[in-house]
Design a binder for this molecule. Structure first.
Ligand code: SAM
Length: 191
């Protein structure tokens, strides 16, 4: 079984736009407990690599997929963590996915602002990691500034599709961007 119901969301997102291919290198931000990592590891197959990062520790996986998955514990809002992810990837990445979400305060405007901040961190990370034609998926809570974020992402990709997968029932306020086809070369930290 999968470690999270969220696993089915990545399945549906991938079915919509065919994001993860066999042999890919995938970076998963906000990966705990690891449902998306399990889906990504299935999709990339034995020649692929999946790197998962989270504030929380991610438990080891079953032997059949464990050797494809590398996990890091860290805060993606810190440049140090982004450097560690780049080191782990060791070169251009095919896909960056982010399901990061803030701890809920219960006050929507605050949670939404934090979600946007995490989504922008994921976007910047995707620009550092993705090779030409790479793809990016990111979760964001709906709000007034989401359109502006979308047009920023559109500058760097062929197109951006906005969707809310059927599996996202409990929090209907979340949407996912599927950004296809990175247009330019990676922007490395320190360049
Ligand atoms: N996709 C995951 C799965 O299928 O198991 C579920 C992810 S859960 C909805 C969101 C995760 O984002 C949490 O585990 C949380 O710790 C993580 N997160 C939130 N802020 C983060 C940050 N600044 N850096 C890294 N991870 C973060």
């Amino acid at each position: 079984g999968y470690r999270s119901r969220a696993a089915y969301k990545l399945k549906q997102l991938d079915e919509l736009e065919n994001v993860i291919d066999e042999g890919d290198t995938v970076v998963d931000l906000g990966a705990a407990p690891g449902g998306w990592l399990q889906i990504a590891a299935e999709k990339v197959g034995s020649n692929g690599t999946v790197i998962g990062v989270d504030l929380q520790r991610i438990k080891d996986f079953d032997d059949d997929i464990d050797e494809r998955i590398e996990t890091l514990r860290g805060d993606m809002t810190q440049e140090r963590t982004r450097e560690r992810v780049m080191d782990a990837a060791g070169g251009d990445v095919d896909v960056v996915v982010s399901d990061m979400a803030p701890n809920m305060s219960g006050e929507y405007s605050l949670d939404q602002a934090r979600s946007l901040h995490l989504a922008r961190q994921a976007y910047e990370t995707s620009l550092e990691l993705l090779g030409p034609d790479g793809d990016f998926i990111v979760k964001i809570f709906e709000g007034p500034d989401v359109d502006e974020f979308k047009s920023d992402v559109e500058d760097d990709f062929q197109y951006v599709r906005v969707t809310s997968p059927k599996a996202s029932r409990k929090s209907s306020s979340e949407v996912y961007f599927i950004a296809k086809g990175r247009l330019t070369a990676p922007v490395r930290i320190g360049d």
